[in-house]
Design a protein around this ligand. Sequence first.
Ligand SMILES: Nc1ncnc2c1ncn2[C@@H]1O[C@H](COP(=O)(O)OP(=O)(O)O)[C@@H](O)[C@H]1O
Ligand code: SF4
Ligand SMILES: [Mg+2]
Length: 346
Amino acid sequence: MTTTPPAPSPVEETPTAPAPLLSADDLHITFPGRRGAPGARAVDGVDLDIAPGEIVALVGESGCGKTTLARSLLGLVAPTSGRVTFDGAPLDYSGRALKRYRKRAQLVLQDPSGSLNPRHTVYDAVAEGLRIHRYPGDERAAVSQALSRAGLRPPERFFLRYPHEMSGGQRQRVVIAGALALEPELIVADEPVASLDASVRGEILALFLRLRDELGLSALVVTHDLGLAWNIADRVAVMYLGRIVESGRVEQVLTSPRHPYTQALLSVLPEAPGEPVVLAGEPPDPSRIPGGCRFHARCQVLASGEAAAAGVADDCRTKDLPVLAGGQTAQVACHWAERTAHSGRP
Ligand SMILES: Nc1ncnc2c1ncn2[C@@H]1O[C@H](COP(=O)(O)OP(=O)(O)O)[C@@H](O)[C@H]1O
Ligand code: SF4
Ligand SMILES: [Mg+2]
């Protein structure tokens, strides 16, 4: 009688999210202060994961640390403490390793007129990265494909153009093509549409979505405009004074924001119902981060007495909040939101 070997016992499958492509783990970046002044804690404890094929929007007002965080994820700023992990391995900050990383994770900056050399043709701009990395394949084919993926078709028509001969939207597409040429797995886009007319913003954002769908690209899209996050992101992370204060699925965070800061940001969008929330107090300063909840001096919920009514006003002023975990679960760093969620209030 022939026997077949027993089938390997099935591995327990737990329904966990896919391993993140990129992770920040308790990341801190402090810029030294001048002449003994306190340093600027631009990134002050951030956990953030980006899954393969996921688009995460990082939102928050100017100066909250978005660019510093974005740059550190690409290894352009070394963390003061904490770490960045890509594809399971911590970033290696040696020049050679960073160059290798640059092939897999690319930065797209805002303001194409600033990031494109006015004396370089579109072809040269897109081929630059290929040349730096001594691309072994057919350069012309790679440039064509990148332009085409960025929506500049037929690509040959754009090869010999100069930045000043193009519209703002086309220039941003050239910048994106330059990032795509090396076929990265991750794009970090810092305010990619901030300098564009409203009419072309949607087109550029739609391009990120298409790249995600067609190439499985992951992206962190930085924006100070919460409204833009709607159209593009799977998940949104709201940053305030160096920390993520709320994160979750985009539809959840934007339709039922739990953090007073997120609520305030949403209230000033043109389509928002009700009165816009005007935040009191001074603009946030990362060299003087207040104790307790870092938002407390400006918080409308604390100012209105709602936090006191929920019994958390003292906590708001004195009790620090934990760093939110970076994964997929919806999270908020707010004493009042936690308390009211537990007591069943809105
Ligand atoms: N190289 C630097 N040296 C000192 N302070 C910096 C430097 N870069 C950024 N900062 C400070 O860090 C904070 C966060 O800046 P940034 O990351 O550019 O914020 P955002 O992109 O959200 O506007 C700001 O207060 C800024 O002044
Ligand atoms: S913890 Fe208190 S001060 Fe901070 S956002 Fe929540 S309610 Fe406002
Ligand atoms: Mg910025």
